[in-house]
Design a binder for this molecule. Structure first.
Ligand SMILES: Cc1cc2nc3c(=O)[nH]c(=O)nc-3n(C[C@H](O)[C@H](O)[C@H](O)COP(=O)(O)O)c2cc1C
Length: 190
């Protein structure tokens, strides 16, 4: 039996990303976001939803570029920290002992310690209500070499990403279950 709990956010889990921007003083900043995801394959695009009050929001509007970084589970404390304090008052890279590396294609800070970093160019902005949704075209995607496998596939265990439950908890995502576009075939032709 299921119970209707009303108009609630029922996507469990969402990804956890850390978005990087340079502000108007060229200071690198990062913020944790859970309202995010891949939104187009061609052109490769990612969406991030950001409240107007965030320092990150002003920087994306001004510069029209941002980075999307995937933290590993071992950076959980740093990831939560950069989601609690604002770059308006603090140099979060310095405080969290993380390293900003300027993008090769775009003027965005990438987090050197995180296994994946994408350089994104703003293509669409949608004012939704509490959040503005920014769509960024992924211009470059940087991945740690240890995660690269033959054929260009990435090894999820080497990335060790975080998942977020909108009830407020982080989870690890290390349990391999089966292959996509494959395990479902067990029900074909029955
Ligand atoms: C787990 C987690 C998820 C978050 N998700 C979002 C989000 O999707 N959108 C958003 O605007 N803020 C989100 N935040 C809050 C921002 O990260 C936080 O307000 C941060 O201080 C903003 O930094 P800034 O002012 O330097 O941009 C999240 C925070 C945490 C800890």
């Amino acid at each position: 039996m299921k119970k209707n709990i009303g108009a609630k956010l029922g996507i469990y889990p969402t990804p956890i990303v850390v978005v990087g921007t340079y502000d108007k003083n060229d200071k690198p900043n990062i913020a944790t976001l859970a309202w995010t995801g891949i939104c187009c394959s061609e052109p490769p695009s990612v969406q991030v939803s950001v409240r107007k009050s965030r320092h990150t929001h002003a920087a994306i509007v001004e510069r029209k570029v941002f980075s999307v970084n995937i933290p590993s589970a071992r950076y959980l404390v740093e990831t939560d920290y950069v989601g609690i304090v604002s770059g308006k008052n603090v140099d979060k890279f310095q405080a969290a002992k993380l390293t900003p590396v300027r993008g090769e294609s775009l003027d965005v800070p990438l987090v050197a310690e995180f296994p994946i970093s994408m350089e994104c160019r703003l293509t669409h902005t949608l004012e939704l209500g509490s959040h503005d949704l920014f769509v960024g075209e992924i211009v470059s995607c940087w991945v740690i070499e240890e995660a690269l496998q033959e054929g260009g596939k990435l090894n999820p265990k080497k990335i060790d990403p975080l998942a977020f439950m909108p009830s407020g908890e982080y989870f690890g995502v290390s349990n391999f279950l089966d292959n996509s576009f494959s395990v479902g075939k067990k029900l074909m032709g029955k």
